[in-house]
Design a protein around this ligand. Structure first.
Ligand code: AMP
Length: 374
């Protein structure tokens, strides 16, 4: 459905006292804004006022908006969220913005993969797929703001004590990922609050892959009475079990092969639960065993063959508070882990070392939800 259709639909179904004049004015705003990129059949917005006008026209037309926030470098995990959003809303907004405040000062902000053209191509392809599904919603907007737009007052700070308008959700944001990445969830919550305020979506879509993020966002939505519903999509994986991630491009072949150890470890722990085990130690020991065995194996290999890693955490936590649990009860639990693939040693001539040449460490995270017993 085109923007023109949305506007004419709005004219036919006036709601909340909308006047013809307001619609006509928003039509003028669209035509005079620089919002629409020439290269993409999908509408690309860079500024807030045109996006808001467009969003308002959808509201007046009684349409629903699902927002999928991303940092680009899109893969099947992102696309699965867009599909879910299109199944549950008439219109999907996808934001593509690499948010500086969620990167620590020593993290990979400057090298984070930026693949704008292929992102837009993938979304246009996906739109064709959605067009062929009767009753499906459509991708109505790609929102690609600049940092000046997203941080209109102060330059964004990644310092722990940096100044700025920030949203902090404690203590959940301080645990697990937050313990190793102290500004991460402050940045995530802040940028999501901005996006939610700009788009005012009926629903927002997040991947289970970043499970702590889902807990932080749900808490933020609840505590700030944000008028949206948080929807979670399942983790999309490569065939061998590695969770898809935009950062996997840094791995290269050697580290990629070993990185699957994390999902193997979590699966081993989940298998214990399936067998009836409920205690922390009984569930976590096989996971720790899998990573320890793999570490020993890598240590024994020559430098030019191995891919060493460190374990940050293997956790069994409460699904709401993320506090570690000793026993799984009927509320279920979150089994999660993080490992750091260390820089590649002795890269060989012609070896696939990944984006960045294997010089930097790569953090991998993964999780399995242990479902509540109903
Ligand atoms: P990112 O671009 O990494 O910020 O991710 C944007 C959204 O996609 C977040 O809600 C992620 O949780 C979600 N996502 C990333 N990887 C996956 C995956 N493998 N499966 C499902 N969702 C994912």
């Amino acid at each position: 459905m085109s923007l023109a259709f949305s506007i004419s639909a709005a004219l036919r179904t006036p709601r909340r006292g909308i006047t013809y004049f307001a619609i006509a004015r928003s039509r003028q705003l669209f035509s005079t804004s620089k919002a629409v990129a020439d290269t993409s059949p999908l509408q690309v917005f860079h500024g807030v006022p045109p996006l808001r006008s467009f969003r308002r026209s959808l509201l007046f037309a009684n349409r629903t908006v699902g927002l999928v926030p991303t940092m680009g470098a899109l893969h099947d995990g992102h696309l699965s969220l867009v599909r879910q959003a299109a199944a549950e809303n008439t219109d999907v907004f996808v934001s593509i913005y690499v948010n500086p405040t969620q990167f620590g000062i020593n993290e990979d902000l400057t090298t984070y993969p930026k693949t704008w053209e292929s992102d837009v191509r993938m979304l246009n392809e996906l739109q064709k797929e959605l067009d062929s599904k009767p009753g499906s919603g459509k991708i109505s907007a790609i929102f690609a703001p600049s940092t000046n737009v997203m941080y209109p007052t102060l330059p964004p700070s990644s310092e722990i004590n940096g100044k700025g308008s920030f949203v902090t959700i404690t203590p959940v944001a301080e645990l697990l990922e937050g313990a190793s990445r102290p500004v991460f969830f402050r940045g995530v919550a802040t940028v999501c609050m901005k996006l939610f305020n700009i788009v005012e979506p009926e629903r927002v879509y997040f991947g289970q892959k970043d499970v702590q993020q889902t807990v932080v966002i749900k808490r933020m939505v609840k505590d700030f009475y944000i008028n949206t519903e948080v929807r979670i999509g399942p983790t999309r994986r490569e065939e061998d079990g590695l969770a898809m991630s935009s950062r996997n491009v840094y791995l290269g072949a050697r580290r990629r092969k070993v990185g699957v150890v994390l999902s193997r470890a979590l699966r081993a722990a989940a298998a214990q639960y399936a067998k009836g085990e409920r205690s922390r130690s009984g569930i976590l020991w096989p996971a720790n065993d899998v990573v320890n065995q793999e570490m020993l194996k890598q240590d024994d290999l020559p430098a030019e063959q191995r891919a060493r890693f460190e374990v940050d955490y293997i956790s069994l936590a409460d699904p709401d508070t993320l506090e570690e649990v000793e026993e799984i009860d009927e509320r279920g639990a979150i089994l999660s882990g993080a490992i750091k693939m260390l820089p590649l040693e002795a890269p060989q001539e012609g070896e696939d070392t990944g984006l960045g040449g294997g010089h930097g460490p790569v953090r991998l995270i993964d999780n399995i939800i242990i479902k509540p017993v109903s």
